[in-house]
Design a protein around this ligand. Structure first.
Ligand code: FE
Length: 240
């Protein structure tokens, strides 16, 4: 577990080593404000029991308030039945993906426990804090959201910034990091226009850390380097 931010009442932690075997590495992030907590992208059903037990190190797992699903991928939503059964948490997911949840998630859970996020985003009140749900559509999913936490100044970027195959949790040297992010961003992001739109959306946010769902986090100067790299990236239909 890595602690990304900690004040007396507000804490941001990351679990980076709960995915095992052949499954794609994924981070599970938790934001705790006072007595309330939210998990972001809790991982698939094989990660669920490990995350649930480790959660007890930072907060009362039974009192989990929210679960945030950035998009619909199996490494994010496939554990939802278990979380809804064992906790009283409610979840957030793009309105685009709600009807797909019925394929594997109990109907009552989908209807009563998941708030559809409108395309323009929303805010989530957690404890005394207010989290911003930022639209990041087509990065890579058609209905995709990120969370900005104004207290820790962390942008939880979902799959954007994801790295694969690296063995470190913080990006120290951005140039050496590029080979671990390049293939994914070029193939999964449909075109550079969606990146430009997103850059416009986040331009006024004070971002100290970008924390993706996969691989290493970007802190300080590597945040700036990553955004510069992304600004000129050609991807998807432009290069296929
Ligand atoms: Fe994904």
């Amino acid at each position: 577990m890595e602690v990304l931010f900690d004040s007396n009442s507000h804490k941001n932690v990351m679990f980076s080593d709960l995915t095992k075997g052949d499954m794609i590495q994924a981070n599970q992030h938790v934001i705790i404000d006072n007595t309330e907590s939210m998990i972001l992208d809790p991982g698939g059903s094989k990660v669920y029991s490990r995350l649930f037990s480790h959660l007890a190190d930072v907060t009362n797992p039974n009192k989990l308030k929210y679960i945030f699903f950035s998009h619909q991928d199996p490494d994010i939503v496939s554990s939802s039945n278990s979380w809804f059964t064992i906790t009283e948490a409610n979840a957030f997911l793009s309105q685009l993906w709600i009807r797909f949840m019925h394929h594997f998630c109990i109907d009552d859970y989908v209807k009563n426990r998941i708030t559809p996020i409108p395309d323009e985003g929303m805010t989530i009140k957690l404890g005394e804090s207010e989290l911003l749900v930022i639209p990041a559509h087509f990065l890579h999913s058609a209905g995709n959201f990120q969370v900005y936490d104004p207290i820790s100044k962390i942008l939880y970027s979902g799959d954007l910034g994801a790295s694969f195959g690296n063995d470190y949790v913080v990006v120290e040297d951005f140039d050496k990091h590029i080979p671990y992010i390049e293939d994914f961003h070029k193939r999964y992001i449909p075109c550079s226009g969606v990146i430009q739109k997103w850059l416009e959306t986040i331009k006024n946010l004070d971002i100290q850390i970008i924390a993706p769902q996969h691989g290493a986090v970007y802190i300080g100067s590597s945040v700036k380097r990553f955004l510069e790299w992304l600004r000129v990236l050609r991807c998807g239909v432009e290069i296929m």
